[in-house]
Ligand binder design. Structure first.
Ligand code: NAP
Length: 250
């Protein structure tokens, strides 16, 4: 029988405690990887997911807490992730902030908060991880957003940050080759926003109507694309996979 290529390999997933990050972590784990689950505020969910994964396979998941806006915490996260199994094969930059910043009332704080979380952190975490990923021809997957290509009104800074992440994916693919592949997954609507970003039923319906497949996606759709890029896409780097039900066609 052929050996599973991901068995014993290690992935660090940022923002992994809940929603899309949790689904990515579950699927990479099901595929054989050990997972370092990064979280910031969602400790309860992170602990519970870690227990779920460790029940399936002993000593196959661990958690690391970090607020990612700071060089020291970014470096420490990568070091802790590497220390767990003494290797690092995949980094998934999933953690992200998402909130409204109407262009006529943007603040300096919002610019720094969104850009630091969504662009600067993935960049410096990638640089810190690069020497470790290179040891095993590893890869980076950035989670961007189709709204980087077709901006979402009133979410200016978020869209700029995700646009930067798309460029960063291509920049790092060039800089870190040939030993490290760098790609991105660009989701459409796969999980409705929560809290103050909540959408009305009409807004949700309108998003669905503006897809070719006439439905919203599922976090599993994003997880499947990440698994493909990590496990199967050996000759792909610098690519952005849109997983959006055809939303960008409209
Ligand atoms: N949901 C969608 O339909 C959709 C659509 C397009 C793109 N995306 C992209 O897909 C990814 C996952 O989406 P999601 O909706 O699951 O994301 P989310 O719930 O908005 O955020 C994921 C996690 O990021 C962590 N995070 C944010 N800022 C952080 C910081 N400064 N330091 C440390 N952790 C931080 C938070 O962890 P804690 O909770 O532990 O604090 C949060 O739970 C994101 O990159 C998002 O932009 C999602």
């Amino acid at each position: 029988m052929q050996k599973n290529p991901l068995n014993g390999k290690v992935a660090l997933v940022t923002g992994a405690a809940r929603r899309v990050g949790a689904e990515i972590s579950r699927l990479l784990h099901d595929a054989g990887m050990n997972i370092v689950l990064h979280y910031n505020a969602s400790e309860e969910e992170a602990v519970s997911l870690c227990e779920e994964l460790n029940k399936k396979r002993h000593h196959s998941a661990m958690i690391v807490q970090a607020e990612l806006q700071g060089l020291e915490s970014q470096k420490a996260l990568v070091q802790q992730a590497h220390k767990a199994w003494n290797r690092l094969d995949a980094l998934v930059n999933n953690a992200s902030r998402f909130y409204r910043t109407s262009y006529d009332e943007v603040t300096d704080y919002a610019w720094d908060d969104l850009m630091n979380s969504n662009l600067k952190a993935p960049f410096f975490i990638s640089l810190a991880a690069a020497p470790l990923l290179a040891e095993h021809h590893g890869c980076i997957v950035n989670i961007t957003d189709i709204n980087a290509e077709r901006p979402l009104k009133e979410y200016s800074i978020y869209c700029v940050s995700k646009g930067g992440l798309i460029v960063m994916t291509k920049v790092l693919a060039k800089e870190l080759g040939p030993k490290i592949r760098v790609n991105a997954v660009s989701p459409g609507s796969v999980m409705w926003p929560e809290g103050e970003n909540k959408l009305s039923d009409e807004e949700k319906q309108s998003i669905i109507e503006h897809t070719s497949l006439r439905k919203s996606g599922d976090p599993k759709d994003i997880a499947n694309a990440v698994l493909f890029l990590v496990r199967d896409a050996e000759y792909m780097t610098g690519q952005i996979l849109n997983v959006d039900g055809g939303s960008l066609l409209f």
